[in-house]
Design a protein around this ligand. Structure first.
Ligand SMILES: [Zn+2]
Length: 166
């Protein structure tokens, strides 16, 4: 794990015990309503908020899905057809990890996996539209299995490094 002095976040995974999570769950929906995530229905935004709040995953916190979607869109933003290259983040905390667009895609995958049917379908549809652009704008990495520790995810089998904007 690399950590830069400029980052004050402590990349320490925290896991709440299951008993505590179960105890909290009935009240969560009636606490502060979450902001609607751009491009998603309020119903799906609420479901995502629940997943984030109940998650014991350090990287899946309230607001993480919104951030992941914004990050994924921003990566794909540059106009033109020049290839884009994901980059490693310099710090593994849950804030800086988003510097690596592949982390944003990891977060989206996990949220989609945990959502119930309708919100699941809605978020999955948005993510797949971005995936199609990601496939167009990135290049396959034939050595991903040797180079990437998590090459089981297809979005990690794309050429990385260099400058993001190509
Ligand atoms: Zn950091």
């Amino acid at each position: 794990m690399m950590m830069f002095m400029t980052c004050t976040e402590r990349p320490m995974p925290r896991r709440r015990p299951g008993a505590l999570r179960a105890e909290q769950s009935p009240r969560i929906a009636w606490s502060l309503p979450p902001d609607r995530i751009h491009g998603l229905s309020i119903r799906t935004s609420v479901a995502i908020d629940q997943v984030e709040r109940l998650s014991g995953d350090y990287y899946l916190y309230p607001g993480a899905t919104d951030r992941a979607l914004r990050r994924y869109r921003a990566f794909l933003q540059p106009p033109g057809r020049r290839p884009l290259y994901p980059q490693d983040s310099e710090c593994s905390c849950r804030g800086c990890s988003f510097d690596d667009v592949r982390h944003a895609r990891d977060v989206l995958e996990e949220v989609v996996r945990q959502l119930p049917s309708r919100p699941h379908a809605e978020l999955q549809q948005r993510v797949r539209a971005l995936d199609a652009r990601y496939m167009e704008r990135t290049l396959p990495d034939p050595f991903a299995v040797q180079r990437q520790s998590r090459s089981d995810s297809w979005w990690r089998r794309r050429l990385a490094g260099g400058r993001e904007a190509g």
